[in-house]
Design a protein around this ligand. Structure first.
Ligand code: GTP
Ligand code: MG
Length: 199
């Protein structure tokens, strides 16, 4: 898939404010600081589209980005960020769960995990939550640029086992050097191209 346009649509706190476009949605979930907003920028080839920060807890609302007028990328606040108050955490969890459980257009969830670490209990809870809603999930391992080829090869089976996902549903990704961008775009394209019938 070639990205011809990428546009910020809006920020919202509740699903009821979601602009009714009916496009296929891709939900992007993961711990604070894992690289969700950076992934959107890399996919869009626009470093300024989504706000990113070295400090966790940057994205505090649900942010919508439209790709090629065909797909909606949904950037969600991160979970597992220790430094916010309990009230704030609950508010974020409510936002994330309200969206994930309520939207009827989510066609794929991207579960992001930092490739350098074993997925956390929060990550396991999140992927199980997505499965509970029968959502197709792709695991995107971020910050792959920080690992050697050998370290990457070791990380995949650990992530695959911990999250109980098949290795072909795991994509090593780097928003710094572009690793995995084509592989991810190919999976996104499949969402908008109906499968060809065998003749
Ligand atoms: P919240 O909005 O706080 O939940 O974080 P986020 O998941 O959106 O993370 P964000 O994209 O803001 O990135 C967090 C930090 O990680 C920033 O300093 C990014 O530059 C850095 N980062 C993100 N992706 C990569 C990557 O693939 N490689 C490297 N080396 N750094 C990355
Ligand atoms: Mg963010």
């Amino acid at each position: 898939m070639v990205i011809r346009s990428a546009k910020f649509i809006t920020s919202l706190a509740e699903l009821k404010d979601f602009p009714g476009r009916g496009m296929p949605e891709i939900a992007i979930v993961g711990k604070s600081n894992v690289g969700k907003s950076s992934l959107i920028n890399k996919v869009a080839n626009n470093g300024k589209l989504a706000r990113t920060s070295a400090e966790p807890g940057k994205t505090r609302l649900i942010n919508l980005y439209e790709l090629n007028r065909q797909l909606m990328l949904v950037d969600l606040p991160g979970y597992g960020f220790a430094k916010v108050s309990r009230d704030e955490k609950q508010r974020w969890a409510g936002m994330i769960e309200g969206y994930l459980s309520g939207s009827e257009n989510i066609r794929l969830a991207l579960q992001l995990v930092d490739m350098r670490h074993k997925p956390s209990d929060d990550d396991v809870d999140m992927i199980n939550y997505l499965r509970h809603y029968n959502m197709p999930v792709l695991v995107v391992c971020t910050k792959a640029d920080k690992l050697s080829r050998n370290e990457r090869n070791k990380a995949i089976p650990i992530i695959s086992r911990t999250l109980a996902v098949q290795p072909w549903d795991i994509i090593p990704f780097s928003s710094v050097d572009g690793t995995g961008r084509d592989a991810l775009l190919a999976r996104l394209e499949a969402l908008i191209t109906p499968p060809q019938e065998n003749e």
